[in-house]
Design a protein around this ligand. Structure first.
Ligand SMILES: Cc1ncc(COP(=O)(O)O)c(C=O)c1O
Length: 404
C-alpha cells in the first residue's frame, strides 16, 4: 500500500524560522508554533518605524496604523470565513471562551439550563463554564468519547435535550488530534435549539476552517499556535449573537458616550475590546495569516497527515508503546512508553535535541479517562519533517536502553 509523503519543502521553510536553527527537533507546535521571519519582521516594523496608537490619533501615522490594524482584523476574519464586524480580538482562545461565558452565558443562561462539553476538552473550555455554572446554577453534562478518542456524536445526540442551551466542543483535540465532525455537531446542537462554540485552537493551524460552512455560532482560537505572536487571539461570533451581547470589560475604546448618569457602548466588535488593543500583535497575526495562506492549509494538512501516519506506524511497530487517539489525527500523536514516565522520556529526548510535550496537556479529565497521569505528545507544524521523526525514534530507543 503506498503511503502519503510529506508534501512541503521543509528545508526551504525551516530557513525562514530563526527559532529552528541548530538542528533542533521541535515537536511541540501544538503548545505553540515557531514564528517565521516574515511575522517577526511585521511585528518589528509595527513596533518600530510604523508605530502609533490606533483609532484615536488625528495624525497621519495613527490613521495609517488604524488602517493596518483593521486590515488585520479583516484578514483574520476572512481566513476563517467570517466578516470583520464579527471578529473580536482577544488575548487568546482562553479569553475568547471566557468572554462568551461571561457575556452571552451570563445574559442567556439560568438555573435549569444545561451545557454540553466533552471529555477531551482543554481546561480553557471547561473552567469558564464551571465559573458560569457557579454563578448561574446551569448544569454541565459531559459527552463521552468513541473507542478511538473522538467526541462521540451518537452519544451527544442521545444526551441533548431542549434544556441544553450551549454545546462547546474542541474542533481538534490538543491531546489526541481527533477532528470533530463539525457540521454534524452543529446540526445536533441546533436541532435542540442550542448554540455551539467550537474551540478552534488546534484546528486553525491544521485544517481549512470556514465558520460559514460549519454553521457554528462561536469560534475561538489563539494566534501563537498559528505561527503568530502570543498575547492575541480571536473570537468569531455570529453577527446577531454578538450584537445582542452585553459588554464585559469596561474602559476606553468600547464606549459610545460616557457620562456619570449613563454610558452607552460602541457596536461590536469594539464593544468587546476595552483599552488600547494589542496593535503590534494584531498586525503580526495578519502577517501570519498571509504566510499560512500562501502555503495553503490543504497542503499543510496533507503534510502533517503524512507525518502523523509515519510516526504512528513506527510507534505501532514497537511492542512497548501505547498510542492514543485515532489513526487520522490532525498533526498530533500522543503516546506512552511502557514503564517510563512521560517526563523522564521528555527529559532524555531533550538531551537528544528533541522537544516534545509531556504532561496532562491541560486536559486532566481526559487523562483520568485514559487512566494515565500524563502522556508524551509529539505535535507537528508546517516545518516538521521525517528528520524530526527519526530523531524522536532514536531518542525513544536510547530511553529504552536506559530504562531497560
Ligand atoms: C484545544 C485548546 N484549547 C484552548 C487552548 C488555550 O489556548 P491559549 O492558552 O492560547 O488561550 C489550547 C492551548 O493549548 C488548546 O490546545
Amino acid at each position: 500500500m503506498s503511503q502519503a509523503q510529506p508534501a512541503l519543502d521543509t528545508n526551504g521553510i525551516r530557513s525562514g524560522f530563526p527559532g529552528l536553527t541548530g538542528g533542533w527537533h521541535y515537536l511541540d507546535s501544538a503548545a505553540t508554533a515557531q514564528k517565521p521571519q516574515v511575522v517577526i519582521d511585521a511585528a518589528t516594523r509595527a513596533m518600530g518605524a510604523d508605530y502609533a496608537t490606533v483609532h484615536r490619533g488625528v495624525y497621519a501615522r495613527s490613521a495609517e496604523m488604524t488602517l493596518a490594524f483593521e486590515a488585520a482584523r479583516r484578514k483574520v476574519a476572512a481566513f476563517i470565513g467570517g466578516a470583520e464586524d464579527e471578529l473580536v480580538f482577544t488575548r487568546g482562545a482562553t479569553e475568547a471562551i471566557n468572554l462568551v461565558a461571561q457575556t452571552w452565558g451570563a445574559a442567556n443562561l439560568k438555573a435549569g439550563d444545561r451545557i454540553l462539553l466533552s471529555l477531551l476538552e482543554h481546561h480553557s473550555n471547561i473552567v469558564p463554564w464551571q465559573l458560569l455554572a457557579e454563578r448561574t446554577g446551569v448544569a454541565i453534562d459531559v459527552c463521552p468519547l468513541t473507542g478511538d478518542g473522538r467526541i462521540d456524536l451518537d452519544a451527544a445526540e442521545a444526551m441533548l435535550t431542549r434544556e441544553h442551551k450551549l454545546v462547546a466542543f474542541a474542533h481538534v483535540s490538543n491531546v489526541l488530534g481527533s477532528v470533530l465532525d463539525g457540521p454534524r455537531a452543529v446540526a445536533l446542537a441546533h436541532g435542540v435549539g442550542a448554540v455551539i462554540l467550537l474551540d478552534g485552537c488546534q484546528a486553525v493551524p491544521r485544517l481549512p476552517v470556514d465558520v460559514a460552512a460549519l454553521g457554528c455560532d462561536f469560534y475561538a482560537f489563539s494566534a501563537h499556535k498559528l505561527y503568530g505572536p502570543t498575547g492575541i487571539g480571536a473570537l468569531w461570533a455570529r453577527r446577531e449573537l454578538l450584537a445582542a451581547m452585553p459588554p464585559w470589560q469596561g474602559g476606553g475604546a468600547m464606549i459610545d458616550r460616557v457620562t456619570f448618569e449613563r454610558t452607552t457602548y460602541a457596536p461590536a466588535p469594539q464593544r468587546f475590546e476595552a483599552g488600547t488593543p494589542a496593535i503590534v500583535e494584531a498586525i503580526a497575526l495578519g502577517a501570519a495569516v498571509d504566510y499560512v495562506s500562501a502555503i495553503g492549509l490543504p497542503a499543510i494538512h496533507a503534510h502533517e497527515a503524512a507525518l502523523v501516519g509515519q510516526l504512528r506506524r513506527e510507534l505501532a511497530a514497537r511492542n512497548d508503546v501505547t498510542l492514543f487517539g485515532p489513526e487520522d489525527s490532525a498533526g498530533i500523536v500522543s503516546f506512552a512508553l511502557d514503564g517510563v514516565h512521560p517526563h523522564d522520556l521528555g527529559t532524555i529526548l531533550d538531551e537528544e535535541g528533541v522537544a516534545i510535550r509531556a504532561g496532562h496537556h491541560c486536559a486532566q479529565p481526559l487523562m483520568d479517562h485514559l487512566g494515565v497521569p500524563a502522556t508524551a505528545r509529539a505535535s507537528f507544524g508546517l516545518y516538521s519533517d521525517e528528520s524530526d521523526i527519526a530523531a524522536l525514534l532514536r531518542g525513544i530507543e536510547r530511553t529504552r536502553r536506559i530504562f531497560g
